[in-house]
Design a binder for this molecule. Sequence first.
Ligand code: GDP
Ligand code: GDP
Length: 440
Amino acid sequence: MVLTAIVGRPNVGKSTLFNKLTGRRTAIVDDAPGITRDRIYGKTEWLGREFSLVDTGGIEDSKDEILTEMRAQAQLAIDTADVIIFVTDLRSGVTAGDSEVAAILQKSGKPIVLCVNKCDNVGKTPPELYEFYNLGLGEPFPVSSVHGHGTGDLLDEVIKHFPVGDGVHDVPPEDEISVAIIGKPNAGKSSLVNKIAGEKRVIVSEIAGTTRDAIDLPVEYNGEKYVLIDTAGLRKKSKIRTGENVEKYGALRAYMAVDRSDVCVMMIDATEGFTEQDSKVAGYAHDKGKASVIAINKWDLIEKNDKTMKEFTKTLERDFSFMKYAPFVFISAKTGQRIDKLFELIKYTGEQNARRISTGMLNDMLAIATARVQPPTDKGKRLKLYYITQASVKPPTFVVFCNKIDLFHFSYQRYIENQIRETFSMDGTPIVIIPRERGE
Ligand code: GDP
Ligand code: GDP
């Protein structure tokens, strides 16, 4: 997948542009306070070309000086992106910081598209626009991110720079489960992949293809085919990724790997526990409807008694309360402990993610569920659920026809979701419920 990065000073409108180009996500009601779902990475499409977009300004809350932060952003974009959109602000004009970053970007040789944001007046070219030619990045594209003006011309220019023939690796064959191995640097991702590759029961196919953002390893385990997406791989090969950029890379590549996967293995370092970054990526996997397995690694290093695993589980259940469906497994990438169990869970959650339930069985479930717990009423009007059907898989998505959407509160949707889970033992995967209104 082609990656386009957005770079620029704070407040020039990067996140507004990002939202405009990716389409704002509907609000997610969540019972896990403190889970921030930053809008920093998303997919979009222009003239039939699908591509990923990242707002480098959102990758980390910056405590740095603006210029330091901008340099880091620019470097990240240069190292990862195919095309860079450099956003400036018509109202503030060209600043010294803009010039410095423009110079860094230009030196990289990457295709740069210069966006001058906040050109809110349609039709006439503002005279202030010409000053932006001085940045040496070619023609400035006037845009109003708030209104959307000019974004079409901007995207026309962006896709002109896309490499030809990209996207070959994006669609995995049907009979394979793509597994993204996600985790902070040093969580043990490479160790796990290496351990798996070295196992007797594992047949490693030839390295079929290496995408830019990860190394894919096709393996066969107990007769099942998997593709392991090792997000640590690239870093190991490259020398430029050092210091704090490693962390930012990790985050960015994790998002990209999640997109390509069926199942995400969230690796948590048992000696460090759950972190903010883990929750962001896990939240992204949840939003994207991917199945997840939470693997607590380096279990060999933990001093244990009979209660340790229980205590760990309790804490993790709280950390991952927004994805209660995800199973835990305590592993050691070093000794190979429970790697067979891990594969079992990957296979199981992957199957759950792709499961289809017949309309007849779903409606039997609905009849029982609505009889057991009456749908809510509001101002004398009662919610009626007429019909349920599964619209799609990966994730299992159910459309529920009702008399009035406003009455179909989140709590009752959650109840229906739980009934689906219970009735059909559907676990390990997010479930999406889509309410639809239909006349009585
Ligand atoms: P970021 O820090 O670069 O991500 O900037 P934001 O997207 O948060 O935008 C900073 C401010 O500029 C917000 O108040 C936006 O509403 C405003 N803004 C963004 N784009 C435009 C635009 O096209 N026109 C105008 N007038 N304001 C904008
Ligand atoms: P990555 O950055 O997530 O790919 O992490 P690595 O696989 O490079 O592992 C980081 C460090 O942790 C290395 O020194 C590994 O040897 C060590 N490590 C990884 N998994 C385990 C484990 O299960 N047990 C122990 N004791 N060490 C581990």
